[in-house]
Design a protein around this ligand. Structure first.
Ligand SMILES: [Zn+2]
Ligand SMILES: [Zn+2]
Length: 145
């Protein structure tokens, strides 16, 4: 069982998993804005493997083409973004990996939206990367490798 939560502890979660998940970095503008950083770190789990306690706030965003809705959930007290779902990927939750208690042990196995990557960040050779959104099957393969 993995555990994590927001900065203040009002929102906590548990993930049914016996080892730390592989994570990917996203360098897109949304992730830079959301995180205030160079990229976001995330892992994907079935929504029903994620058990959240504490009240979360919701930010919903419909894509420009109206094809999908992203539902971002975070802590209303300390404003930490914790996870999101997306109608494009029903049944899956994308969790901000830095909210895991053991975030220092994580391994970044893929990078997406590298066309927006900052100059000071180098991706190690052999790590899968895509300039924009990868085909879903390819990122799934990279994360499960
Ligand atoms: Zn909090
Ligand atoms: Zn992103």
């Amino acid at each position: 069982m993995l555990e994590g939560g927001c900065r203040c502890g009002a929102v906590r979660y548990r993930v049914k998993a016996d080892k730390l998940p592989n994570v990917y970095a996203c360098h897109c503008l949304d992730c830079q804005t959301f995180s205030g950083s160079a990229f976001s770190l995330q892992f994907i789990v079935p929504e029903d493997a994620l058990e959240v306690t504490g009240e979360t706030c919701l930010y919903e965003r419909v894509s420009e083409d109206g094809q999908r809705t992203s539902r971002q959930r975070g802590c209303p007290k300390c404003i930490t973004r914790v996870y999101n779902t997306n109608t494009r990927r029903p049944g899956l939750a994308v969790v901000r990996a830095g909210t895991l208690d053991r975030s220092n042990e994580l391994n970044i196995v893929a990078h997406i939206w590298t066309k927006r990557k900052l100059a000071g960040i180098d991706i190690p050779q052999g790590i899968p990367s895509w300039p924009e959104n990868p085909p879903p099957a390819e990122i799934v393969a990279a994360l499960s490798a």
